[in-house]
Design a binder for this molecule. Sequence first.
Ligand code: TXA
Ligand code: MG
Length: 343
Amino acid sequence: MLTPILQTDTGPLLHKAVEEAARLLKAGEIVALPTETVYGLAADAFNPAAVAKVFEAKERPSFDPLIVHLPNKKMLDEVAEVPAEIQPIIQKLVEKMWPGPLTLVLPKKASIPDIVTAGLPSVAVRMSKNAVFRRVAEALGRPIAAPSANRFGSISPTSANAVVAELDGRIPLIVDGGACLCGLESTIIKVEPGSPKPIITILRPGPITPEDLKPYGRVKHASRTVVDEATEAPGQLASHYAPRTPLRLLSSPEDFKPEPGKRYALMSYRGDASDGYVGLADWVHVQILSPGKGKLPEAAVRFFYVLRELDRLGVDEIIAEPMHEHGMGIAMMDKLRRAAVKS
Ligand code: TXA
Ligand code: MG
């Protein structure tokens, strides 16, 4: 391995890792850090040269803006303009949901360099709940721009090992904070005034579900066509989160007839024979997302790990079972559909 990894399991190790990460960030370097969703590739958001290194290491196109992570709630005013009409709902969301996996798209302030937002007049902001991330953000005392720590278009990393597989030798440090507790990238929303309730549009589904957001406003989903116009959430490209192995998402067991001589692996939701998928073929391997009988949060934690493991097998095709399309199942089904699109 070329990139050093610092552990955080004990107090002294954590202290050393936080100090070293903050030192590198202050020096305009980039560092992979754990968050509660997926690992992020962090840079000082106020330093355009540092942010440019993030785009370079990920081979990310410059039109795809980054999420800005705040060290505290107060700093929201320094990076974003909250329009008066939506001030009350934004305040409530920040109070109840931060720190946590909810990203707000708001008009940006001049403090945020254009490279961070890919020239957009808006900025995506959140505050991570991960204890290691928070310590680093507090030590830096500035907002951190951080996309997921994978090569562009590839599977998001939910462990330090997965970051190594994506970026080894391309970045100066990985901080290992263990497996990510949510496992899916943050929910991204924008808020507009509406009567009687403000309108919340989900630009990217994630761990904060439509039910979680319902008490705050009328929840809408951005349509495929809107996001694909590359104006709303430019990273939500039709083909994304793609394993190298072709992936097919089934809607029912009848959809699949194995071709002789081909090698298949199954991404099973519950691993339950009665669902009708496990017996469909002589699978090279079966990975179960939720052995706990169809629990969506459990499936979410394992989702990117399982996808990565199946991709390593070198089979001809990964076959994915559908899962319940509510709660966190909405985000996973969205990702499976994007993974299944041939670029
Ligand atoms: O959980 C997460 O959000 C993780 C962790 C590291 O925080 N980050 C993450 O970043 O998933 P990334 O770069 O992989 O995805 C960010 C998404 C992209 O789809 C991008 O287009 C969208 O956020 N985005 C960023 N700024 C935006 C803006 N101003 N308007 C709309 N979408 C924006
Ligand atoms: Mg990403």
